[in-house]
Write a protein that binds this ligand. Structure first.
Ligand SMILES: [Zn+2]
Length: 190
């Protein structure tokens, strides 16, 4: 799925409980998007102008280095160390956020051709065995748009009720203003 959808799913995972502080919520949210750092090969490809080697610079890295169990474990250990409170819960939700990213990729990352399935390599570097699902839907599909819209609606609902959204990570003041707008739009919700 797109990084935007991964980010939203990660934030919702972080907010599936109400006991975590902002730091832990940010950690879990970022774990939901972190796997896609292995798309850096695309930047190298663009920077070098090595047009003939798209496979080498992008396909060869993407869904491999960031999309495997070792990366997930590493993120959980990092989350444990970085959390100031609720270390175990933060680490567990970080693992869930990471694996939801992988699940979303397996579900909806296909190209335009039905045979253009996009696998992940969960057991890399122990195994190069691709993990994929024959029913994978396209990256640009109504399913992905629907999931993204559902996430946004849920975030508006939670923002209205809890007083913050994902903007708390970068712009807390703006976040409060946004929450006020949500409360104006939906004054009767509880
Ligand atoms: Zn991904």
């Amino acid at each position: 799925m797109s990084p935007v959808t991964h980010f939203l799913v990660g934030w919702l995972t972080a907010n599936s409980v109400t006991t975590l502080d902002r730091r832990s919520r940010a950690t879990i949210t970022l774990a939901g998007i972190f796997p896609d750092v292995d798309g850096f090969g695309q930047l190298i490809w663009l920077a070098t102008g090595d047009w003939a080697d798209y496979d080498k610079w992008y396909i060869g890295f993407h869904h491999k280095f960031g999309h495997n169990f070792l990366t997930g474990l590493l993120l959980m250990v990092l989350a444990w160390h970085m959390a100031k409170h609720a270390k175990l819960l933060t680490a567990l939700l970080t693992g869930i956020s990471f694996h939801l990213h992988l699940l979303c990729d397996i579900l909806g990352s296909r190209g335009t051709d039905p045979l253009d399935l996009w696998p992940i390599f969960y057991l890399w570097p122990l195994s190069e065995n691709p993990w994929q699902w024959a029913g994978q839907w396209p990256l640009l599909s109504w399913q992905n748009y629907a999931i993204t819209l559902l996430c946004l609606a849920t975030i508006i609902h939670l923002g209205r009720n809890r007083g913050y959204t994902f903007l708390e990570m970068v712009a807390p003041k703006t976040d409060l203003e946004v929450v006020q707008v949500f409360r104006k739009w939906f004054p009767g919700q509880s």
